[in-house]
Design a protein around this ligand. Structure first.
Ligand code: CA
Ligand code: CA
Length: 364
């Protein structure tokens, strides 16, 4: 007599856990929350018209602008409205800041796209980044909230850390926005799919990536920044640049410092050694970043629209061809870098530039 109600409750629990999707008015998409129907179309347009269905330069660009816009925020003073699209809305002010060099290129296509589909700049940036990351092998699935109102003010200068800032300055700025030094290391997983613009102004290194796998959201950047540097790929040294270990690869001074700093080196090494933890840690911090300045409960949760990213291309980081454990500069003082990782076969090759994608939006 006691068992029957328990079974009934169990079945009810199962039914509640998997709500059914319903066909949207467009007759194409299906969503659980009917309010997300509009956003299903926005998602498709991002994938087809901005990203061209690949994790390449425009995904990199969305992740970059997502950070630069959101970090205009402070827990202690007025440094802007966070993830509010101010970097586009008040572009005349914010794009003139030194740290935002090269962001104008992203705004050139994202602003007309947002205006065309009819979404705020804050949503275009953060929803776009979540959609873009879903295309990257090894990336986490980022929850997608929408409904950010228009920005009401520009962020002031100096909210975005620069690669030649002292680590104490960068740590203080990030802490002021709610991120610890270790949280910052996790956010820097974004450099696994990133490349330089403006640190070295030479055109032949515009798009020089920070790791050897710029289309894969993997642990390589954490491993490769630990390798001993030996060359500058372009006109270096430039402010904010350090010697890189691989031909064609670009190293930011701040990345080198964090990989060896006592507050961050062990978290850095741990991310080099675990694809799953690295990806999950990034997801947690990036989700938080995307909501800075907003109450999550006042936004619409359309996370159901975000696809599961493809699995990581490699289960474990590897030494690029020609490199071994002997090339590691040990950063973490308490845990030695393991000797078990393998070296990629073949001869060392130059790492190619990340190319600009040919899309209709922003064409001049
Ligand atoms: Ca902002
Ligand atoms: Ca990578």
């Amino acid at each position: 007599m006691i068992a029957a109600p328990l079974v009934a409750l169990g079945l009810a629990g199962i039914a509640a856990a998997a709500p059914a999707a319903s066909l949207c008015p467009d007759g194409v998409h299906s969503t659980v929350n009917p309010q997300c129907c509009f956003w299903a179309n926005v998602r498709d347009r991002f994938i087809n018209e901005i990203f061209l269905n690949v994790c390449m330069e425009n995904v990199h660009s969305l992740v970059r602008i997502a950070f630069h816009d959101a970090i205009g925020f402070s827990l202690t003073s007025n440094k802007g409205g966070g993830a509010d699209g101010s970097i586009i809305q008040f572009g005349e002010t914010e794009l003139a800041f030194h740290a935002n060099e090269g962001i104008d290129f992203i705004v050139d296509f994202l602003q007309p796209f947002a205006d065309t589909v009819g979404i705020t700049y804050g949503d275009a940036i953060q929803f776009g980044a979540a959609v873009g990351l879903s295309l990257c092998p090894g990336a986490p699935r980022i929850p997608a909230f929408v409904g950010r109102p228009n920005a009401t003010q520009a962020a002031p200068d100096k909210t975005v850390p620069e690669p030649d800032d002292p680590p104490t300055t960068i740590f203080a700025r990030m802490q002021d926005a709610g991120f610890s030094p270790v949280d910052l290391v996790h956010l820097l997983a974004s450099h696994s799919i990133a490349d330089q613009a403006g640190v070295d102004p030479e055109p032949q290194v515009l798009g020089a990536p920070f790791d050897s796998t710029p289309f894969s959201f993997d642990s390589q950047v954490f491993l490769e920044v630990l390798l001993r540097g030996s060359m500058f790929p372009g006109s270096g040294p430039n402010p904010g640049e350090e010697q890189s270990p691989l031909s064609g690869e670009f190293r930011l001074l701040s990345d080198k410092v964090f990989a060896r700093h006592n507050l961050t080196a062990c978290a850095w090494q741990a991310n080099a050694l675990s694809q799953a933890d690295m990806s999950s840690n990034f997801g947690t911090q990036f989700s938080k970043l995307s909501l800075l300045g907003h109450d999550k409960n006042s936004l619409l949760d359309c996370s159901e629209l975000i696809g599961t990213p493809p699995p990581a291309t490699a289960k474990q980081a590897f030494f690029p061809a020609g490199k071994t454990h002997a090339d590691i500069e040990q950063g973490c003082a308490t845990v030695a870098f393991p000797t078990t990782l393998s070296t990629q076969t073949g001869q060392p090759t130059m790492i190619p530039l990340v190319q600009v994608q040919d899309i209709a939006f922003g064409k001049k």
